[in-house]
Design a protein around this ligand. Structure first.
Ligand SMILES: N[C@@H](CCC(=O)N[C@@H](CS)C(=O)NCC(=O)O)C(=O)O
Length: 334
C-alpha cells in the first residue's frame, strides 16, 4: 500500500483551495487534490467540521479547515523554504496583506463572478460539472448550474456587492492590478524573488478572477506582467532572495495606504462593531462613499486575529513608521 499523504479537498473555483494547493506545491508536501463532488463526498463529510473547502486531511487522519491556520500549522512544522520575509517588519506586512486578500480582495472576485451574466454562467457551469461528477448527462449539469446560480447570486449580499458599492469594488481590483503590474515588473513575487504568504493569499483571489470571463479579459488585455505572476503562482518556486524595504516599498505602501487602510481595515472595524452590537447590516464611509453590507461574524474574528499578530510584531524595527505613514496603525492598535 502507498504511504499515506495529505489529502486536499477543494475546487478549482475556490480561491482558498487553490491558495493551499499552491502552498503545498511550493513546500514540496506530497498531497492528493480531491475536487469536491459525489466521488469524495463521504470522506469529506467524515472529516469536515464545517461545510467549507478547503479541507486538508493530514496523513494521521485529522481534518484541518481555514486556509490561514492550515498554512500556519504546516509552516511551523516545516519552516523551509520559508514563506515569511526574513525582516520581521516585512513579515508582518505580508501577513497583513494576506488577511486583506482573504477578507477584502474576495469582494471583487465574488462580485465579478456572480453579478455579470457571462461570468455567472461560466462559473455556475464549471461548478455544476464538478458537483454532478464525471459522466453526468448534459441536462443534469445544466439543471445543477441553475441551482448553483440560484444559491450563489443572493450571496452577493454577504460581500456587500450591489449597485451602490460596485464602483468601489471594481476600482479596488483595478488599483491592485495597476500596482502589481509595476511591483512585479522588477521581481518575481511581491517581496522579492520568492513567494510570501501575501502572494498566496492575493493570488488565490486573482487567479479566480483570471478564470472568469470579465476580469479575465481585463487581465489578459491590460496586465501581462501580472498574468505571468498568476501563471507562476500555480507552482511557485524560490527563484532568488527577499528584497529589502527600500526596493519593495512603493507597491507595498500603495496597497497598504489605498487598500488596507483605505478600504479593508475601516470596513472590517465597522463590521466588527456591528457584530458586537448585534446589527444585521452596517454602513461605512469608504473613499468618501457609503458602503453598506450585511454584518459577518467570521470577518470580526479575523480582525481580532490580525490585531493579535500586530501586538506580537509591533516592535519590529521600521514597522511603526510604515504603519503610521500608510494610515494602518490606528486601525490595528484598535
Ligand atoms: N476563511 C476560509 C474560507 C473558506 C470558504 O469560504 N470556502 C468557500 C469556497 S471558496 C466554501 O466552501 N463555501 C461553501 C460552499 O460554497 O458551499 C478559508 O480561508 O479557508
Amino acid at each position: 500500500m502507498d504511504a499515506p499523504t495529505y489529502r486536499l479537498f477543494g475546487s478549482e473555483l475556490s480561491p482558498y483551495s487553490v491558495k493551499v494547493r499552491s502552498y503545498l506545491r511550493f513546500k514540496g508536501i506530497e498531497h492528493q487534490w480531491l475536487p469536491r463532488g459525489p466521488a469524495t463526498a463521504a470522506e469529506f463529510q467524515k472529516h469536515a467540521k464545517l461545510p467549507l473547502i478547503p479541507l486538508l486531511v493530514t496523513p494521521d487522519g485529522q481534518g484541518l479547515q481555514d486556509s490561514t491556520p492550515i498554512i500556519e500549522r504546516l509552516e511551523a512544522a516545516q519552516p523551509e523554504p520559508s514563506i515569511h520575509p526574513d525582516d520581521p517588519a516585512l513579515r508582518f506586512l505580508s501577513e497583513l496583506l494576506e488577511e486583506y486578500a482573504d477578507e477584502w480582495a474576495n469582494k471583487p472576485m465574488f462580485h465579478y463572478r456572480w453579478s455579470y451574466e457571462a461570468d455567472c454562467k461560466s462559473a455556475a457551469g464549471r461548478i455544476a460539472a464538478q458537483v454532478a461528477g464525471e459522466g453526468a448527462a448534459p441536462e443534469q449539469v445544466a439543471k445543477a448550474a441553475e441551482a448553483v446560480a440560484q444559491r450563489m447570486v443572493p450571496r452577493l449580499s454577504f460581500v456587500g456587492s450591489h449597485a451602490g458599492t460596485r464602483e468601489t469594488i471594481e476600482g479596488s481590483l483595478r488599483r491592485v492590478l495597476d500596482t502589481l503590474e509595476i511591483q512585479l515588473g522588477t521581481r518575481k513575487y511581491l517581496f522579492g524573488d520568492r513567494p510570501s504568504l501575501a502572494d498566496f493569499g492575493l493570488w488565490g483571489q486573482l487567479y479566480e478572477c483570471w478564470t472568469d470571463p470579465t476580469p479575465g479579459k481585463l487581465i489578459n488585455e491590460l496586465y501581462p506582467t501580472t498574468w505571468r505572476w498568476i501563471e507562476r503562482m500555480l507552482d511557485p518556486k524560490v527563484e532568488g532572495g527577499w528584497d529589502p524595504w527600500k526596493s519593495v516599498h512603493w507597491g507595498i505602501e500603495r496597497l497598504l495606504e489605498a487598500e488596507v487602510a483605505g478600504l479593508f481595515l475601516p470596513w472590517s472595524a465597522a463590521n466588527a462593531a456591528a457584530v458586537a452590537k448585534g446589527d444585521a447590516e452596517f454602513t461605512v464611509a469608504l473613499e468618501g462613499k457609503p458602503f453598506t453590507q450585511q454584518a459577518q461574524k467570521y470577518h470580526a474574528r479575523s480582525l481580532a486575529e490580525i490585531r493579535r499578530k500586530y501586538v506580537a510584531a509591533k516592535d519590529a524595527p521600521g514597522l511603526d513608521t510604515i504603519l503610521s505613514a500608510t494610515g494602518c496603525k490606528k486601525w490595528l492598535a484598535g
